[in-house]
Write a protein that binds this ligand. Structure first.
Ligand SMILES: [Zn+2]
Length: 69
């Protein structure tokens, strides 16, 4: 028995996305920079200041063809 399937699913493609990250320690608030204005936003959850960050997010709109040879 194995925890892993033998036929591994292809890992979902991820891309690094610029984000705003909430500075409050116990807050999970963050947002994509794409959707934010040019000014430093405040956290929608707690209202704290947000700082630059980067997240690897799954690119759900990946249209690239399956690699085949
Ligand atoms: Zn917050």
């Amino acid at each position: 028995m194995s925890y892993y399937n033998k036929r591994n699913q292809e890992p979902l493609p991820k891309e690094d996305v610029s984000t705003w990250e909430c500075t409050k320690e116990d807050c999970i608030g963050w947002s994509r920079k794409n959707f934010a204005g040019s000014d430093t936003p405040t956290c929608p959850l707690c209202g704290s200041k947000m700082i630059d960050g980067v997240r690897s997010l799954v690119n759900l709109q990946n249209n690239s063809q399956t690699a085949s040879s």
